[in-house]
Unconditional design. Structure first.
Length: 340
């Protein structure tokens, strides 16, 4: 394991003003995205849409890494340039989602466990050959009556740690993603409690597995009210609760925290990130790793039409720049309607 290289890549992905584009939608997820604009999920539409994102002029100012899906990692531009090569040439690190999705946790109703450790070492070796520099693995925690359980926390934490160790062994920076879902009517206080337990378990297992914290990134949820909760927390409350949890649980050796948007609107995800960075006083880079929150407006501008590509790329560039401003705590809601 080349610790210096891992640290260098991790730091570059979350360099000041930069974050991560999550373009790693599985086949069912990208099908839903394309269906929302009345497009069939064909390979050419999937490839064309990703090319639109990856070739946007100037976006490398704000995007330090892109997480891809297996199919996307193997795709090329219309000019025959492999996507990993294209991204690398622009100073953007190519990454790859390597988990195989969640399944029901045996004997624990309502809880999930992430699949994909079998054969992972061999798959990682192939992704290195294809040009990947980092990876991502997601576990999920549902808040409900008597869940998550201690076993649920520990089982998922152990899988994240084994994944991270295998990635660093292969020379890849792991993004560790323990996501507490927004689904439910729980309060922000309950989200804070569950996220604290989840992160404590994850870092205990990472330590036990010998993972270099300096050579990884953390992708957590923000501390939010459940989407069906009757009382929704405000921006400042979200920012303060999130920072409080991270200061309690995340070692300062971790170079960066790249939040997932987790069902927030593009504006909400940007505003909440900005509020945290405006508070400041933490040891990590506080950044973003957004999927829908970076792409939703772009997708609605594109609509699968080649003549819409320039405007869709302008929309993507704008949202990426707004999130870059949020990295400095300089985003305001007024910028949503102002020229950027």
């Amino acid at each position: 394991m080349d610790r210096q290289k891992l640290e260098s890549v991790a730091q570059a992905i979350v360099a000041p003003g930069k974050g991560v584009l999550a373009a790693d939608e599985s086949f069912p997820t990208i099908e839903k995205r394309l269906k929302s604009i009345n497009l069939e999920s064909t390979e050419e539409y999937r490839r064309g849409y990703r090319e639109l994102l990856f070739t946007t002029d100037g976006v490398e100012e704000f995007i330090g890494g892109v997480i891809t899906f297996d199919e996307t990692m193997r795709h090329e531009t219309v000019d025959g340039i492999p996507f990993p090569e294209l991204l690398t040439s622009r100073g953007i690190y190519p990454g790859i989602k390597v988990d195989k999705g969640t399944r029901d946790l045996a004997l624990y109703p309502g809880e999930k466990f992430t699949q994909g450790l079998d054969g992972l070492r061999e798959r990682l070796a192939e992704y290195v050959e294809l040009g990947a520099a980092f990876t991502k693995w997601r576990t999920v925690y549902t808040i409900g009556k008597d869940i998550p359980t201690e076993y649920g926390y520990n089982a998922n934490a152990a899988s994240l740690a084994q994944y991270a160790a295998l990635c660093q062994e292969a020379g890849l920076v792991p993004i560790v993603e323990p996501e507490v879902l927004m689904d439910g009517d729980h309060t922000i206080e309950r989200c804070e409690e569950v996220t604290t337990y989840a992160l404590e378990a994850v870092f205990a297992e990472l330590f036990a597995a010998g993972v270099s914290l300096e050579g990884m990134l953390l992708k957590p949820n923000m501390i939010l009210s459940g989407k069906d909760c009757s009382v929704q927390a405000g921006v400042q409350e979200i920012a303060e609760a999130t920072i409080r949890v991270l200061k309690r649980t995340v070692p300062s050796a971790v170079p960066g925290i790249v939040f997932l948007s987790g069902g927030q609107t593009p504006a909400q995800a940007t505003e909440n990130l900005s509020a945290m960075n405006a508070i400041g006083g933490f040891p990590w880079q506080m950044s973003f790793s957004y999927g829908r929150a970076l792409q939703e407006e772009t997708l609605n501008s594109w609509l699968g039409k080649s003549e819409n590509v320039p405007e869709a790329q302008n929309v993507f560039y704008r949202r990426a720049k707004l999130n870059s401003l949020a990295r400095y705590g300089e985003y305001t809601p007024e910028l949503e309607t102002a020229a950027v």
